[in-house]
Design a protein around this ligand. Sequence first.
Ligand code: HGY
Ligand code: MN
Ligand code: MN
Length: 402
Amino acid sequence: MASFRINTERMLADLDMLRSIGAVKTGVVRPAYSEADRLARIWLAQRMEQAGLEVSIDAIGNVFGLPPGNEKCILIGSHSDTQPEGGWLDGAYGVIVGLEIARASLEQGGTPVACVSFQDEEGRFSTLPGSRVWTGMMSLEEADEYCDSTGLRLGQARLERAGMPAPRSVSTDRFSAFLEIHIEQGPVLDTTGERIGVVENIVGIRTEKMSFLGEQNHAGTTPMHLRRDAFQGLNHFVSTVNGRLAEVATPETVWTVGHVDLHPNANSIVPGRADFTIQWRDADDARLDRMTEIIYATARETADSLHLGWQHFGCDLIAPTQSNATLVEAMAKAAEQLAPGLWRRMPSGALHDAANVSSVLPMAMLFVPSKGGISHDFAEDTDRDDLALGAEVLCEVVARLG
Ligand code: HGY
Ligand code: MN
Ligand code: MN
C-alpha cells in the first residue's frame, strides 16, 4: 500500500476552486497568458506554498511545486491552461492530483514528489511550447516568435506577470520520472465501462498554417468562370485530401481543419484569401510522413487547377512517443490492485506534455473516463468517484516506485 494517504475530498475541493477561475457555463475559458490563466497560476502557486512546497515559475510560465531539499524526486503534473472553449478537467485534473500527492507525501513523510502546471499545452501559440522549452526541445527565443490567431507574440504575452514571483528555472535533473494523469477525452473507457486507462503510447502530431490566394471581387458581377475564389480552393482541397488520406489511414488516424479565416469574410465579396490550419495525427511517424506528402501534393494541385496561389508556413510537429515500460508495469499493477478487471492498456489519441517530457525523463500516463467521450467542449465531465479512484491509483504507483 502507499506509504501515505491522499485526501480526495481536499483534492476535489481544489479542483472545484480551479474550475471557478475562468468558469463559463459548465466549462472554463483560461487560454495561456490570459488574465484567468495568470490568476489560476497565482492561486496554484499559493496552494503549493500552503502545502509547504517551494514554488518556481519559469520564464515561459510553467509553475513547479518542489519538496524541500535537493533530492531527486518524481514529478507529477499536466497543464492548467485551456482551449478557447475548454472543459473543467482537461489538464487541470492532472495538475491538482499532482498537488494533492505532493502535499500528502510531504505531510506524511512519504516519497518526495513534485508537481507542475505546464504553460500553453493547448497550443494557443504553438504545439505545447511550455514543456518543449522546459525539456530543451525548443529555445525560449524560438517560442517567443510564435503568434496566436490575433497576431499576438508569445514573447509579448508572457511578459504580463503581475503578482507572480521573479522567473526561476527548474532543471530536469531534479527529477527521476514524470507521471501524468488525464481524462481520456475519447469514447473508449466510457463505452467499455472500464475506469482506468494505462497509456502505452502517445500519437504524433503535425500542424501547419496554410493559405489559398485568389482574387477578391464583386459577388454579383463576377461571372463564375472568371472567379479565383479562395474559399472554393479550400473546399476543393479538403474534399480531395479527405479521400486520399483515407487510403493511408487506420481507424486511429485523424486529420482536422479546425481554423478557417476567409478574407474579407463578407456576403457580397468573392473571398480573395482563405487562411486555415490543418492538423494530422497518428502513432506511426512513417504514416505521418506519407500524410504530409499527400497534403502538400493535393494543395499544389488544387492551386494549379484553380489558378490560385498556395502558401504554407512551416510544420509544427511532435513525434509519436512510447511510455516507459517499467512505469507502465507499475501502473498496471496499481490499476489491477485498486480497479481489478476494470482497466486497460491503451494509446492516447490526444497529445500531452508527457510526450515532450519523455525526451528527458521516463514517463507514463493514466486515464480516467470522459462522460460521452466529450472533451474540448464546455460539456466535458467525469464522475467524481472516477476522479478520486484515478488519484488513488496514481498514489499507489508512487508508492510502488518509492
Ligand atoms: O489537442 C490535444 O491533443 C491536446 O488536448 N492539446
Ligand atoms: Mn490536456
Ligand atoms: Mn486539451
